[in-house]
Design a protein around this ligand. Sequence first.
Ligand code: NAI
Length: 325
Amino acid sequence: MKVAFFDTKNYDIPGFEEYGKKNGMKFKFYETKLNEDTAALAKGCEAVCVFVNDTVDKNVIDKLCGLGIKIIALRCAGYNNVDIEYAKDKIAVVRVPAYSPYAVAEHAMALLLTSIRRIHKAYIRTRDFNFSLNGLTGFDLHGKTVGVVGTGKIGRIFIDICRGFGMNVIAYDKFPAKDSGIEYVELEELFRRSDIISFHCPLTEETYHMVSKETIGQLKKGVVLLNTSRGALIDAEALVEGIKSRQIGAACLDVYEEEGDVFFNDFSGHIIADDILARLISMPNVIVTSHQAFLTEEALNNIAETTVANLVAFSKGEKSGNELN
Ligand code: NAI
């Protein structure tokens, strides 16, 4: 099987070459993202492999079908960038539902600790031999209430980590896990009671702009927001206003709603066109990482192994269990 691989980064290649070779697969690695203009690069292949910021809308699906592509293999869990409904009966779509929930949950906690203990500030100070502690006062996590939105694979691990810190955990999920011992509350109550809120639900029409101009007032004053899920759960413009008004005490973002044109690329030395992102990054109580939460050796290995297994199963006419349509 020949596979056109879009949005390739150096760290993707070794794992995919290893598992691809073992299974007689050939990858054509493209740095460009998949969109209407680049879909033609998949000519001569039977499959495309895409990531979180590739565009897989109606037009791209039509183009891929026209080229004889039989399957779209997502090398990620979230699939909000794919028109699954439209792909139905036209082209198969598979994903990697879980590759390391630990990677994401641990990154969320790393962001939280960095933010509230001012590690990002201290690191820069001591490198400059500035050993002053002024302005670095943090707060204990022990005894604080953390609200977890979405208690699936990642959310549950994040809850365990928080419990290890002696935090009180409350959660909201559209489908609460029975007999889990988790204290579920309505979203509004979670917003009202939480000192820290961490988002681990998928991006859907329902979850789009969960934090918005309308809901920011419901949040506890000074709340710390953690988003390692999908950017558009939070209205970034409203977030800027919420931080300026001090309603939001800090924000840790591994995802951003307009990340598609910026994240994963080196723009140092450039003038960033996105004023909201630039404003957020300029704030001392905002930490941005560029969709990095998944990036561990274990996760990359699992992603390559599962994606190749998904493609092998498809080529044999078998089910992998990871089909989206
Ligand atoms: P999962 O499918 O195991 O869990 C998602 C949970 O969200 C489920 O319990 C589900 O019931 C709940 N949910 C669904 N609709 C909801 C709603 N309207 N309101 C509240 N909860 C709702 O997914 P997993 O593996 O835990 O991943 C969570 C999210 O993390 C993914 O959707 C993905 O967007 C994001 N992610 C981010 C990564 C990164 O590198 N930053 C890497 C991997 C995933």
